[in-house]
Design a protein around this ligand. Structure first.
Ligand code: BTN
Length: 257
C-alpha cells in the first residue's frame, strides 16, 4: 500500500519555536529508546519514525505498525518542575492526543481515554493509540503510537485495536502530528506554571465511575470502581469499601451485561 511520508518541512514550519529539534527517520528500533540514549538531546526534542523494528509499549509489551501506517514519535522534555509532578505528563499527553483526534475536520470521532492514557475509539472502546513515558536523569521521554491508515488485515491478531481508517476517518499524519504537538505545548505551559486543571483529564477519561479490573505488574488482578484520580494522577480504586491508590497497571473496563 502506498502511504505518504511525513512532511518534515511542514512540521518544522508549524512547530519550530515551540519544539526545539524535530526529526523524522525512515527506520529505527524505538524512538523512545533513541531519545533516552541521546544524552545531548535538547529539551523539547521530537523524533518521528516511519517504521520501528523494536517499538515498545507499556508493561513490557511491543508496539508494531506497518511503515507509514501510523504516527510513531517521542518527545523529550527536561522539566524544571519537581519530579513528583511528572506523573501528569503522560496524562496530559493523552488529553492532547484526544483533543487532536476529536478535532480532525468532519470526523466526529468519539474518543476517550482509559486510565492512564490509552486512547479508545467508539462504543466498542477499541484501542486507537497508546502512550509510553520513560524517565532517566532529569529527562522524560513520552512516546505516542497512533494507528492512522492501518487496515483491519494489518491489525489481525489484535482484536482490541483499531485505526482511524477502520473507523472511516481520513487523516493526514503530518497535520495530526502538528495538532497533537500544538495542544501538548499549550498543556505543558500550564503544567510548568502550576496551572494544570485535573478537570480536563477527568473530562477526557471514561474510566471514572466505571467498574474496572486492574492487573498489576505482578499479575494480581483487582476489581473495583474507579472513584477518582489523586494529585499525582494515580487511580483511586474502591475495592470492597476500601479506596486503594493505584500508580500503574493494566485497566479493563468491565461492561454491564
Ligand atoms: C502502549 O500502549 O503500550 C504504549 C505504546 C507506545 C508506542 C510508541 S510508538 C513511538 C514510541 N516509541 C516506542 O518504542 N514506543 C512509543
Amino acid at each position: 500500500m502506498q502511504r505518504d511520508a511525513m512532511n518534515i518541512a511542514a512540521l518544522q514550519d508549524a512547530l519550530s519555536g515551540r519544539w526545539n529539534r524535530i526529526e523524522v527517520v525512515p527506520e529505527t528500533g524505538s524512538t523512545n529508546a533513541d531519545l533516552l540514549a541521546d544524552a545531548n538531546a535538547p529539551d523539547r526534542s521530537v523524533r518521528f519514525a516511519e517504521h520501528q523494528s523494536a517499538g515498545r509499549g507499556r508493561l513490557d509489551r511491543s508496539w508494531e505498525s506497518p511503515t507509514g501506517a501510523g504516527l510513531m514519535f517521542s518527545v523529550l522534555l527536561r522539566p524544571t518542575v519537581p519530579l513528583n509532578n511528572w506523573g501528569w505528563l503522560p496524562l496530559l499527553t493523552g488529553v492532547a492526543l484526544r483533543e487532536a483526534v476529536a478535532a480532525i475536520p468532519s470526523s466526529g470521532a468519539d474518543v476517550h481515554l482509559k486510565w492512564p492514557n490509552d486512547l479508545l475509539l467508539g462504543p466498542e472502546e477499541k484501542k486507537l493509540a497508546g502512550i509510553l513515558a520513560q524517565s532517566a536523569d532529569g529527562r522524560v521521554v513520552i512516546g505516542i503510537g497512533l494507528n492512522v491508515s492501518t487496515t483491519a488485515e494489518e491489525l489481525a491478531g489484535l482484536p482490541d485495536a483499531t485505526s482511524l481508517a477502520i473507523a472511516g476517518i481520513d487523516a493526514d499524519r503530518t497535520q495530526l502530528a502538528i495538532a497533537i504537538l500544538t495542544r501538548l505545548d499549550a498543556l505543558l505551559a500550564q503544567w510548568e506554571d502550576g496551572r494544570t486543571d485535573p478537570a480536563s483529564y477527568r473530562a477526557a477519561c471514561s474510566t471514572l465511575g466505571r467498574t474496572v479490573t486492574v492487573t498489576g505488574a505482578d499479575g494480581v488482578e483487582l476489581r473495583g470502581v474507579a472513584k477518582d484520580f489523586d494529585v499525582d494522577g494515580h487511580l483511586l480504586l474502591e475495592v470492597d469499601g476500601t479506596v486503594l491508590t493505584i500508580a500503574a497497571g493494566d485497566v479493563r473496563h468491565v461492561r454491564p451485561i
